[in-house]
Design a protein around this ligand. Sequence first.
Ligand SMILES: CC(C)(COP(=O)(O)OP(=O)(O)OC[C@H]1O[C@@H](n2cnc3c(N)ncnc32)[C@H](O)[C@@H]1OP(=O)(O)O)[C@@H](O)C(=O)NCCC(=O)NCCS
Length: 383
Amino acid sequence: MATEQKPAYSPGLAGVVAGETEICWVDPNAGLMYRGYDIHKLAEEASFEEVAHLLIKGELPNFEQLGKFTRAIAAERTLPKQVLDVLRLMPKNTHPMDMLRTGVSMLAPFDVDLNDNSHEANVRKAIRLIAKVSTLITDGYRIQHGEEPLPEKSDLTLAGNFFYKLNGEVPQAWQIRMMDTIFILYADHEFNASTFAARVTASTLADMYAAVTSACGTLKGPLHGGANEESMKMLEEIKTPDRAEKWMMDALAQKKKIMGFGHRVYKKGDSRVPIMREIGRDLGKRVGKEQWVPICEQLEATMEREKQLCANVDLYAAPVFTMFGFDPALNTPIFAASRVAGWCAHVIEQHDHNRLIRPRSLYTGPELRPYPGTPHNGAPAKR
Ligand SMILES: CC(C)(COP(=O)(O)OP(=O)(O)OC[C@H]1O[C@@H](n2cnc3c(N)ncnc32)[C@H](O)[C@@H]1OP(=O)(O)O)[C@@H](O)C(=O)NCCC(=O)NCCS
């Protein structure tokens, strides 16, 4: 067999630089920025639409641009009737992430710009996707629970409307602020697995809906977005802070993967954790559920002492979403409602500077061997 020089190989592509981006930088030393802006400042003050504009259009909007962009997203929230009909046909036990993935895929042919990968058409599709991914989640959830979707509230921002359509109550200003912060924290994270999947799909010049469908499928896994649903199961099992250390020690002794801990890039802390922790503490006081943050803190201290692994944002996002009244099955979809802005920004960037993403693999199968022939006439070839 002809041989070739073995290329450098990094399992899981750890440490491999697979492309360039101007959108986002994850600093291994617990930092994160979107197009040059520190996430902390954005998370404190900006609206999700402002950050989506930054990611999609490249710059923060001025007052007028923000109004226009916010209205453009709000105008695109409604789903085609046929998509709602399909959501109604799905089995009642369908996971919301599967509903979302199917819904995004089905939206594709309804978009007049589907096969136009120009920058302008991609921006138009991004606005539609950012709007409709939220609606797929909120309407899909209500349909699944035998309720009719609520009408949009056009005066609410994306984060506020999302809260309203799930909980059925108009959120107060502080709840909208928290929702915006959460959506901003999750909006992008450079070449994470789902974004990379979206870029791989886009790099074949497939359309944005195909790329976002790939991303939804990838986000579902518990090593990625699915971790925040799993983290909540763990916290529910632990119940009180005094049980956390023992729970963690037992789990580590059984060599279990603890959801909400560890990260491929962050080794000195996840930049988003302190903000999400503070939201958790504040929300805990407001809704009278103050046990979750101390449980997480106790787990953090034990994990740090035992394995020097840091918590990631999903650990604290899980109880925050629960305290907002959301079903834990929605934890990963909430992540998707925000991350779709990042996915779309990356698809635009990929299409604008495309090169097919096609790595090599390291062949570890048998050496070249002779084919023994096809079994025939009842006399199988020797295999
Ligand atoms: C995120 C994750 C997939 C990163 O994987 P990775 O980069 O391949 O992990 P690392 O190479 O840093 O792992 C180093 C060691 O820590 C262990 N480790 C990593 N995360 C762990 C976790 N959450 N619980 C227990 N052990 C963990 C690994 O098993 C490995 O141990 P070993 O050296 O004895 O084999 C991994 O940390 C994980 O599975 N975390 C749980 C899921 C999660 O929270 N995902 C959300 C990420 S934002």
